[in-house]
Design a protein around this ligand. Structure first.
Ligand code: SF4
Length: 467
């Protein structure tokens, strides 16, 4: 469930001469904060030189008003990170900066490459020394060192050599480029801001600064932004559009638009389908906050069972750097969720969540609801059973840790202690998105990975599972 899946990364970029780009980027990163809370960074160019500030922590912890005033220029990129490839330390925070013969290249990356080892080895043989363990440094090095005359040519030459998921914001002294891999696994969209343009992982990053959404960058396409304006160029054929379906289920904000759909509406439809697929007699439909809310509203509307909030989320815990005492740690999920005991006592509950990962958190929640006096607990999950790990930039779990990889739905029901349990069918999940299944990566559910995952990478996960 969403309390167990860690987000990935968010990227943003902007060019405008009519406003303070560092502050605009700061606000956009605030809107994208749900995509990563471990580190944040902003790089700003004034056309001659580029300055950057990045650090561990959330956006509000990393930047002060004075820091932002010192980042002067008319183009910027920003990044919020949750570690995927490479562990969590300062050097791996982004943007990543590399100098080359054409000047500086700064890269902000959302996704994960599956051929990093091969590319890193090749660079190592050329005598390159690495300062991070991240695949983003490999991309930045390949772009900065490429002998092409300009950055666009370097993109055309380098991107076909990358395999995996990458949505990038690239900044040089004079250009800002946003691009998506040929499968479009991670999102990236473009908007207009006053005299300039912006790129953002999600449309909510454009909304917060008042930019006007133009469209998604297509798979295999780059949006080049400079003093002449915005132009789109394809650097690769679309290989089979494969947007991560988890963006629709949980990752992205409900007020973001993907494939021309508000994710809020898609999630509500998932809840309506859940009510059709697995109706139940109950007194209240209750979401696991926050991500279960739209699906719970949909379930309530389709079933006629009243919607009610029974669990209140402590929004800021987990964002503290102060280690909890042992006694506090033992509170487990109660640190994050607090039940409205008087509203729960004696009630038959339908509890709606977006997914179950390991199952331990769901088990704790069911127990907490029973301890609060719930008469029945019926779990409804707005996605199919999550059986396979992600190699494209999401830190879910190893296969062995995923409870649905080895247990039947009824075994999971018994494990979590619910009276009934139902997962949304793949058919109705896809229907709720309004697009065909062929336009998504659904590997978490069916193991159909759109980009081949090298055996070494799969085996590395197995070795992880064995330790
Ligand atoms: Fe998304 Fe799962 Fe595909 Fe990863 S494997 S991109 S989390 S659907």
């Amino acid at each position: 469930m969403s309390l167990e899946i860690h987000d990935h990364c968010g990227v943003f970029g902007i060019l405008t001469r009519e406003d303070d780009v560092a502050k605009l980027t700061y606000y956009a990163l605030y809107a994208l904060q749900h995509r990563g809370q471990e580190s944040a960074g902003i790089a700003v160019s004034d056309g001659r030189e580029t300055m950057m500030l990045k650090d561990m922590g959330m956006v509000s912890q990393v930047f002060s008003e004075r820091d932002l005033l010192n980042l002067r220029g008319y183009m910027a990129i920003g990044h919020v990170r949750y570690s995927t490839t490479g562990s969590s330390f300062w050097e791996n925070s982004q943007p990543i900066h590399v100098n080359g013969p054409r000047g500086s290249v700064y890269v902000a990356h959302n996704g994960n490459l599956v051929n990093t080892d091969e590319l890193r080895e090749e660079l190592r043989e050329q005598g390159v020394r690495f300062h991070t363990t991240s695949d983003t440094e490999v991309i930045a090095l390949l772009l900065a060192r490429h002998p092409a005359e300009d950055i666009e040519e370097a993109v055309r030459e380098v991107m076909p050599r990358l395999s995996g998921a990458y949505s990038l914001a690239i900044l040089t002294e004079t250009k800002l480029i946003g691009l998506r891999d040929p499968h479009g696994i991670r999102p990236l969209c473009v908007g207009r801001y006053r005299d300039g343009f912006a790129v953002s992982s999600e449309s909510c990053g454009l909304d917060i600064i008042g930019a006007e959404y133009i469209r998604e960058i297509e798979p295999g396409e780059m949006a080049v932004i400079d003093h002449t304006g915005l132009r789109f160029e394809r650097f690769s054929e679309v290989r089979r559009p494969s947007l991560c379906i988890f963006e629709f289920i949980y990752f992205a904000r409900p007020d973001s638009v993907m494939y021309d759909t508000y994710l809020y509406h898609a999630r509500k439809h998932m809840g309506m389908s859940l009510a059709d697929e697995a109706p139940v007699d109950a007194d209240v439909v209750m979401p696991i906050p926050d991500t279960g809310v739209p699906a719970a509203i949909g379930f309530s509307q389709a079933s006629g069972i009243p919607f009610g909030e029974g669990l209140i989320k402590n929004r800021y815990v987990g964002r503290t750097f102060i280690q909890p005492t042992q006694a506090i740690r033992q509170l487990g999920v109660r640190l994050k969720l607090n039940p409205l005991v008087r509203d729960i006592r004696g009630k038959r509950l339908v509890v709606v969540d977006d997914s179950i990962v390991r199952g331990n958190t769901t088990k704790e929640i069911v127990k907490m609801l029973r301890d609060a006096g719930a008469r029945e607990v019926h779990m409804r999950i707005s996605s199919p059973p999550d059986k396979n790990p992600c190699f494209y930039g999401i830190d879910t779990a190893t296969r062995q840790e995923l409870i649905a990889s080895s247990r039947s739905v009824d075994e999971i029901r018994r494990f979590i202690g619910a009276d009934t349990l139902h997962y949304l069918s793949m058919e109705n999940l896809v229907r709720a998105t309004g697009r065909p299944k062929e336009e998504f990566c659904t590997a978490c559910f069916d193991g159909e990975y759109p980009i081949p995952v090298p055996d070494e990478m799969r085996m590395a996960k197995c070795r992880l599972e064995a330790v």
